[in-house]
Write a protein that binds this ligand. Structure first.
Ligand SMILES: [Zn+2]
Length: 457
């Protein structure tokens, strides 16, 4: 096989000096090794194999927490007006100085993502969960219908700045939809590699519509991942999966929007479903950043997993001593699990890529893990429906986790909790409807009287 790089940085573009080395860089979370943000493709430390964080030199901006808040609040107020400025029309780039401060505006790839509603729980959900002040941030209300767009805009902007010609992923769901949408907006080719005969029409629809190159392999999902990793390693394809830390930078906007919504007071808890762990990682990173600028109180992270895929929840429970968990003990108890069947397929991951970051952030925030039963997570989706919100089963995991934590006394009466709803329920319409088939009434004739008789019951 030829090792020729099919994708190279386009030297014809005046991009070599976009980020000075002292502005933004990658740093290994394991050993601290530092490397260039725009040159990296594999996103694994060559010294120790761990993941990277992106760091920025905030000293160059020389701003206080109050200065930043003033800038962000002004932009939020302007977002109702017509503007071409990505910092005004995107709910991610509104917080540019905390997310990717040195990115030139003309290289930003945005689909106006991220200005999402934060809603108070309806009465059905409120009754179901218990006596707390519950909100949901609806991150399914984004261009491709999932929270991934928060990270996608930043990842594709970095790819654009790096002169990338092709991005790729081997996802059956939200990641391929996001990568395909942002790639086409950037004029970058997107390749999605999937197992033949194992993906549904719904899973193919978004990348198809966005014009991605979809390649079906006669193997399983692991074969697809393998080929994708080799394309990244040997052919310079830019990875769109959650190893890519540029995505985490964008996901931080979840926390910044929540803080801004509550006049810069973070709630007692932020609850997230945990699949590969990118949400936990970004929520924690964002709060540590705010602490650095002087934020007094941060939220506790409640990481929630389903019984079918609970490597972090299970090891958390095993590591508990007098309801406390030490990081070293958690790490010692951790092991990948074989996943079972669940409606929450997007979080059915037995070996989360970002597990080290999840552990770091949950412990740092004095947070906790919860495990939701299949019955509870599906019930949560149905209960939200009664309030007029169609959320995905992964959101159901987080809601069920919150309910468990309220019942167990971990979340106290009256505490404010924000649940991150990661995708629209429309992406999981078949599963959601399957659980409610018993509510459909079929009759044996087409007479109005027959229907009227049923309505009177
Ligand atoms: Zn390292």
């Amino acid at each position: 096989m030829s090792q020729e790089k099919v994708v190279v940085i386009d030297k014809s573009l005046p991009m070599q000096k976009i980020f000075e080395a002292e502005q933004s860089w990658l740093s290994c979370i394991g050993c601290g090794y530092k490397t260039d943000l725009l040159d990296e493709r594999k996103f694994r430390c060559p010294k120790c194999g761990d993941l990277y964080d992106i760091d920025h030199n905030f000293d160059l901006l020389n701003k206080t927490l109050g200065d930043y808040i003033k800038i962000f609040d002004k932009r939020a107020a302007l977002s109702a007006y017509q503007s071409d400025n990505p910092a005004i029309r995107s709910g991610v780039w509104r917080f540019k100085e905390w997310i990717m401060p040195f990115m030139p505006d003309n290289l930003i790839i945005t689909l106006n993502e991220g200005i999402v509603p934060i809603v108070r729980a309806g009465k059905h959900l409120q009754n179901w969960v218990g006596d707390i002040e519950l909100y949901i941030i609806m991150e399914g209300m984004t261009p491709t219908g999932s929270f991934k767009d928060f990270g996608g805009t930043v990842m594709m902007s970095v790819a654009n700045a790096a002169g990338i010609c092709a991005v790729g992923c081997a996802s059956t769901g939200d990641t391929s939809a996001m990568a395909a949408a942002y790639a086409t907006a950037a004029g970058i080719q997107c390749v999605v590699i999937l197992p033949k005969g194992k993906v549904t029409a719904v899973q193919l629809a978004q990348p198809l519509v966005f014009g991605a190159k979809i390649i079906l392999l006669p193997g399983d999902f692991d074969d697809c991942m393998q080929v994708m990793q080799e394309l990244v390693a040997s052919y310079g394809v830019y990875p769109a999966n959650s190893l890519n830390p540029a995505r985490i930078e964008g996901h931080q906007a979840t926390v910044f929007q929540i803080a801004q919504y509550f006049s810069w007071q973070l709630p007692e808890w932020i609850a997230v479903p945990v699949g590969n762990g990118s949400n936990c990682s970004s929520v924690g990173k964002a709060m540590r950043l705010m602490e650095r600028f002087g934020q007094k109180k941060i939220s506790r992270i409640l990481g929630c997993q389903s019984e079918a895929a609970n490597p972090l929840g299970k090891s958390w429970n095993l590591a508990q001593k007098d309801s406390e968990v030490a990081l070293e003990e958690w790490k010692a108890r951790y092991g990948p699990v074989k996943t079972g069947e669940t409606a929450a397929t997007a979080a059915r991951i037995g070996s989360p890529v970002s597990r080290d970051k999840v552990m770091r952030e949950v412990i740092h925030s004095y947070g906790a893990m919860q495990v939701a039963t299949e019955r509870d997570l599906n019930e949560a989706v149905s209960i939200c429906g009664k309030d007029g919100h169609f959320v995905c089963p992964q959101t159901g995991i987080a809601l069920a986790g919150v309910r468990n934590a309220v019942k167990g006394g971990l979340i106290k009466k009256g505490e404010r909790v924000v649940v991150v709803s990661t995708a629209t329920g429309l992406k999981f319409a078949e599963t959601a409807a399957a659980h409610l088939q018993h509510n459909i009434i079929s009759v044996s004739d087409c007479k109005t009287e027959t229907v009227a008789k049923i309505l009177k019951r």
